[in-house]
Design a protein around this ligand. Sequence first.
Ligand SMILES: NC(=O)c1ccc[n+]([C@@H]2O[C@H](COP(=O)([O-])OP(=O)(O)OC[C@H]3O[C@@H](n4cnc5c(N)ncnc54)[C@H](O)[C@@H]3O)[C@@H](O)[C@H]2O)c1
Ligand SMILES: O=C(O)[C@@H]1CCCCN1
Length: 314
Amino acid sequence: MADAPIFIGAAEVADLLQYGALLPVLERALVDFSKHDGMVVQPVRSTVPVDKHNGFLGVMPAYMTESDTLATKIVRFYHQTAFGTSSHQATVLLFNPSDGSLRAIMDGTVITEMRTAAVSAIATKYLKPDRLETLCILGSGAQAISHYNTFTQMFPFKQVRVWSRSRESAERFAGQVQGQVQVCTSAREAVLGADVVITVTMASEPVLFGEWVKPGAHVNAVGACRPEWREVDDALMKNAVLYVDSKEAALMESGDVILSGADIFAELGEVVKGTRPALYEKTTLFKSLGMAVEDAATAKLVFDCWLAKKKPKL
Ligand SMILES: NC(=O)c1ccc[n+]([C@@H]2O[C@H](COP(=O)([O-])OP(=O)(O)OC[C@H]3O[C@@H](n4cnc5c(N)ncnc54)[C@H](O)[C@@H]3O)[C@@H](O)[C@H]2O)c1
Ligand SMILES: O=C(O)[C@@H]1CCCCN1
């Protein structure tokens, strides 16, 4: 009989996951996914609308042959949540690929926060390699915090600006993170002149407009994961060089891509592998939707770190 699955909670996941180890694992997952050679199996996520309660349940399975990783994430994202509860909550199930038995159940909320910020950072590393002075974050929730932490660790920004729908939540954000943050009264004020812009909102209408974005800047558009939702206007979608995590998913799930009719230039994994160019002298936009392979690769890393920690020291 297979061993009972282990449980790894949020605090332990946060303790085990380090960006230094996570970034190369994610780069490899992006490259393997974008080879489209049959070695990675990842259907576009199934999303169940829970209309009565203004929410969604997403199921995200993946199998990666080379690293022999089989996992699925189950994620809920709700618009209105009781005060103090996160809009996104997730669990990852990691299986033994050889017999399909369940190996581990782990918190997926921290995984989602860290791997999403890490993938945006990878996009930024390739698509905006220099002149990183001003970072702008639109939104002030969980992803805003994980992006702030990752970006200020990885890049030498001199100034970070934040805008959120309510000044109160932007100020709460500024008080939560380490380091100086300029709280802006409008999204326009936050975006003008920024080298890198990150949109991490639950908006369903554009909050970022092309006319504000400095030519040559890089944008990570992380929210708006439904076909009818927008975070970015048509002008930016059409004028920027558009990179995505998955072309298939972008054409099914991203309102910004579908409704603007913008042409997709490349997948991020193709850029990391070097089969498509990083046109960093132009204005670039990475449309992130989040992929199951990112969760599977991260969960395997967490599990391997957990095993290494449990091994008795000789
Ligand atoms: N691409 C990915 O891999 C990925 C992964 C996780 C989350 N996300 C998306 O990132 C976004 C942020 O997630 P989060 O976990 O930080 O959520 P959160 O609920 O913690 O924060 C949401 C932020 O959006 C703001 N907001 C809500 N409605 C808005 C509106 N109409 N206009 C402007 N701002 C609005 C809130 O004030 C808050 O600052 C969501 O759209 C989420 O679905 C993407
Ligand atoms: O990839 C993810 O985990 C998230 C789930 C919620 C919707 C946006 N993408």
